[in-house]
Structure formats: structure tokens, C-alpha cells
Design a protein around this ligand. Structure first.
Ligand code: NAP
Length: 455
């Protein structure tokens, strides 16, 4: 039997953390949920990852607001678990800890010149235009004419779309003010998306691809020769209605002559970056290698043909996947960039479950799927937790234990009321200019708007 009431700490207040909290509240009346986040603000990638011009996707925060409004839930924002408090300290004050910290880093390309100025990860660029306080000073150089985005997933599509739109199309969004100012000065004229495999292997979703074909400010350019499919890719498309729709969009774009819009967005396939070349430390060109597909046990791999060309590249955004970062005191699989689990329970170095420690979302599963994909994942983790025959007995699971620990460390945390005050201030600032909100982008200003600590 699990204890009553049961106190669960959730580390990471992004979508997975909120879905886990909601599942706990629904499953048991006698539950207390403490949600922790490194930043003073909740919602993780919904706030700092979802593109500003995708307001509808952010509507999920309405559900999260209901969860945080439940009297059984507390929010401890601005608490860096692993630094301000340890996992062991949370375990000593909770019956169980769920880790839902997401994947905040990125994968690199591993090609020469990747570290030149002007070559960034899409992860950083996204965090910058979304007002993440740690990326306010990124200052991506938009003074050149040619941007290249590597990867054909939805993040690549997001950053390519933001670079292709006019700033006026973004002014009514919650993009950070510093990003709007910089994008207003952008000299970017061409944006090239590079897929290392073919159109049938692209990872984007149809809705996102279609938006690229409907941009007001940019012509979508696709080379019809790159849409010719080998038999294995034909079979992939024949089996997938989504891939068929994608091919229709791409073929229509390939057949359409450019309309003379201000920017050109080109999608290339079978093309990998081989090296970045610069002038005075700044990237200016990309050497691109042509690929063909090779069937490796059913996986169609990109294999270099040896044919290479050089394209102009003043800004390079690698968008080849997010990657989890280790959390102090918790096992980490460096190769996969995730916390090792059996699906729900965190595993120690012998592959044995660590009692009372769970993980869900990207840090457990890897960075895949849309926001909603994290719901069944979190629900399943909560079901596993609540079905345990027993949970470790904490030293002190009282309501006071965690606030007392934070107070003893001098950690100033933002509670639900503090977040609501900050949220209201941002929305009020937005209302004046017809935007959903004007984001506060420094931790100091967030703490000030949130007022004094409270839950
Ligand atoms: P992703 O979907 O995994 O796409 C990564 C892309 O990078 C793939 O095209 C992959 O190609 C390519 N890639 C990997 N290594 C490469 C290399 N060394 N050289 C060249 N290309 C390489 O990842 P993501 O775009 O970061 O998105 C993460 C998740 O968030 C996805 O599930 C995505 O759908 C989701 N998301 C959703 C939305 C939305 O719903 N609007 C928005 C943003 C993100 P291969 O296939 O060849 O490996």
C-alpha cells in the first residue's frame, strides 16, 4: 500500500511534468504535488520552445493552469534541483520524485568549422526568439543574406519559417522584444533547409510543411529531381498517408515558378554539411555533400556519393535534434542523452530500479513526438508509481519541510501566486499592443514581478 497522503515531487514544470501532476491529482484525492523548475516560470518548452506564431499550440497552458490552481499543487519556480537542493533532499521530503526535465541541449554535426561565429544550434536560436532568460544575449548575426538550416524536423521548419517571415507577421505574437528588434533589421534573403536523406524520410509533420508552402514573404523552392523516389522510399510513401500529403505539397512547390516574394526558402534533399568555411572567424560558406540512400536492415541511411558543392552560408542553424543533460545525483546515459529507465522507473548502474525515483517525457524517452505525446507517457509513469507495493518512507513529508529547506538555503522561489502575478503583468503589457503577452526576459525582473515568495 502506498502512504496516505502521498507527497510527490516533480522536477521540471514543462508539459510532461504538468501531465504527470494532472494524472496524480486525478488518480488520488490524498496526493500532494510539489513542482520544481529552474526558471521562475512554468511550462518549459510550451513557453520557450513552441514558435511564437503557433499560438494555438500554447493553448494547452489553460489545462496546466487548472492543474496548478488545484490546492494540492505547489510550484517552486527559480529552484535549480541539483544545485539549490539535491535529489536526495527532495527524496527525504517526498514519497516519490518524478524527473521531467526535458532535453535542454542539442546535438552537434561534428563537421569542421561548426564552431565559427554565425553557426548556432536551432535550440539556442529558438530559446532566443522565445525570450528564454539564458539566451537573451545570443545576438544571432542576421546581417548576412544567406541562412542555412540543417535537418528536416519540425524545429528546422520553425526556425526556417521565423527567418522567412517578415517582422510585421511576427509583431502580433509573443516573440521576445529583443528578437523582434533584431528580426526587423534582418538582411536574410535566402533560407535553405538541408535534409540528409530524401523527402520520404523527412521528420516534419504535414501541417508544418504546408505552412512553408503558404508563406506570404517567401517563395518555396524545391528541385523536382530531388523528389524522385527510389523503390524503398516509394514503399514508405505508399504506406503513409502523411508522407503522401507531404509529397503532394513538395511536388506542387516544385511545379510552381517563384512568385518574386522578398525571400526564397529552398528545401534540399540528399544533402549533408561536410564543412563550414569562414572569413575572419565568421561562417560564410558551407561545403555540402550529395548523398544517396542505402538500405541497412530496413533503415534507409544517407551515404555520401563523393559529389560536393559549396553554397553561401552567413548563418547556420543546426537543427538535428535536442539532447538531455545530466542531473546531479541521477544516472545518465551519455550515449543516448537520457536518464536510463525501464520506461518509468529510473535505473541504477546495475539496471535495477531506484526506489521512489521516476522519469517521464523527453529526458526518459528522448526528444520525439509533439507536446501531447507526453501525456500518455506521464500517465503511464504515474500509474506505475501508484501501483508500487511500497515507496521509500521519507524523513519528513510535511507541508513545511520543503519551504523550510529552501529558506535555510536562502533560495527565493516563485510560487503559483507569484507566477500568476508575473503572467498577469505580461498579459497586461501585451494587451496594450495587441499581443498575447510581452515576455519578461530576465530572472531578476521576473522575481520582481512575481513579488514575494509563496505557494
Ligand atoms: P527531429 O524530428 O528528430 O528531426 C531531426 C532532424 O535532424 C531529422 O531530419 C534528422 O535526419 C536530422 N539529422 C540528425 N542528425 C543529422 C546530421 N548529422 N546531419 C544532418 N541531419 C541530421 O527533431 P526536432 O526537429 O528537433 O524535433 C524534436 C521533436 O519536437 C519532434 O518530435 C518534433 O516533431 C517536435 N516538434 C514539434 C513541433 C510542432 O508540433 N509544431 C515543433 C517543433 C518540434 P534523419 O531522419 O536522417 O536522422
Amino acid at each position: 500500500m502506498t502512504p496516505s497522503p502521498i507527497r510527490v515531487a516533480i522536477v521540471g514544470a514543462g508539459p510532461s511534468g504538468f501531465f504527470a501532476a494532472d494524472a496524480l491529482l486525478k488518480a488520488r484525492e490524498d496526493v500532494r504535488v510539489d513542482m520544481f523548475d529552474r526558471l521562475p516560470t512554468p511550462y518549459g518548452l510550451v513557453r520557450y520552445g513552441v514558435a511564437p506564431d503557433h499560438a494555438k499550440i500554447k493553448a494547452v497552458t489553460k489545462t496546466f493552469e487548472r492543474t496548478s490552481g488545484d490546492s494540492r499543487v505547489r510550484f517552486f519556480g527559480n529552484v535549480d534541483v541539483g544545485k539549490d537542493v539535491t535529489i536526495e533532499e527532495l527524496q527525504a521530503r517526498s514519497h516519490a520524485v518524478i524527473l521531467s526535465v526535458g532535453a535542454s541541449s542539442d546535438r552537434s554535426l561534428g563537421v569542421p568549422g561548426e564552431d565559427l561565429a554565425g553557426s548556432l544550434s536551432a535550440t539556442e536560436f529558438v530559446a532566443w526568439y522565445n525570450g528564454h532568460p539564458e539566451y537573451v544575449d545570443l545576438n544571432p548575426d542576421l546581417s548576412g543574406r544567406h541562412a542555412v538550416v540543417v535537418g528536416v524536423g519540425n524545429v528546422a521548419v520553425d526556425v526556417a519559417r521565423i527567418l522567412s517571415k517578415s517582422v510585421d507577421e511576427l509583431r502580433s505574437t509573443d516573440a521576445a522584444d529583443h528578437a523582434l528588434d533584431a528580426l526587423a533589421q534582418s538582411n536574410v534573403e535566402t533560407v535553405t533547409i538541408l535534409g540528409r536523406r530524401g523527402p520520404a524520410q523527412a521528420k516534419w509533420t504535414t501541417k508544418e510543411l504546408r505552412e512553408l508552402a503558404e508563406l506570404e514573404n517567401a517563395d518555396l523552392i524545391v528541385d523536382p529531381a530531388e523528389l524522385e523516389l527510389d523503390p524503398a522510399s516509394e514503399a514508405v510513401v505508399a504506406d503513409s498517408p502523411a508522407a503522401q500529403r507531404d509529397m503532394e505539397i513538395l511536388r506542387a512547390a516544385a511545379a510552381q515558378p517563384p512568385q518574386g516574394k522578398p525571400r526564397r526558402l529552398t528545401i534540399r534533399f540528399f544533402a549533408s554539411p561536410v564543412a563550414l568555411e569562414g572569413e575572419e572567424g565568421h561562417v560564410r560558406r558551407m561545403m555540402v555533400g550529395k548523398n544517396r540512400l542505402e538500405d541497412r536492415d530496413g533503415y534507409l541511411a544517407a551515404v555520401a556519393t563523393g559529389e560536393e558543392e559549396t553554397i553561401p552560408a552567413d548563418l547556420v542553424l543546426r537543427s538535428v535534434g535536442y539532447r538531455g543533460v545530466p542531473l546531479a545525483g541521477v544516472p545518465f546515459d551519455e550515449r543516448k542523452g537520457v536518464i536510463p529507465t525501464d520506461g518509468d522507473r529510473v535505473l541504477d548502474e546495475h539496471g535495477e530500479p531506484i526506489p521512489g525515483l521516476y522519469a517521464c517525457g523527453w529526458i526518459s524517452r528522448g526528444p520525439s513526438g509533439v507536446i501531447g505525446t507526453n501525456k500518455p507517457d506521464a500517465v503511464q509513469t504515474v500509474e506505475t508509481l501508484l501501483a508500487e507495493p511500497s515507496l521509500p518512507e521519507p524523513d519528513d513529508a510535511s507541508d513545511e519541510a520543503i519551504p523550510a529547506l529552501l529558506a535555510s538555503r536562502g533560495v527565493r522561489f516563485v510560487g503559483v501566486e507569484g507566477w500568476m502575478a508575473l503572467d498577469a503583468a505580461e498579459m497586461a503589457a501585451g494587451e496594450a499592443s495587441g499581443r498575447p503577452r510581452v515576455k519578461v526576459t530576465s530572472v531578476e525582473a521576473m522575481l520582481e514581478k512575481a513579488g514575494s515568495a509563496g505557494t
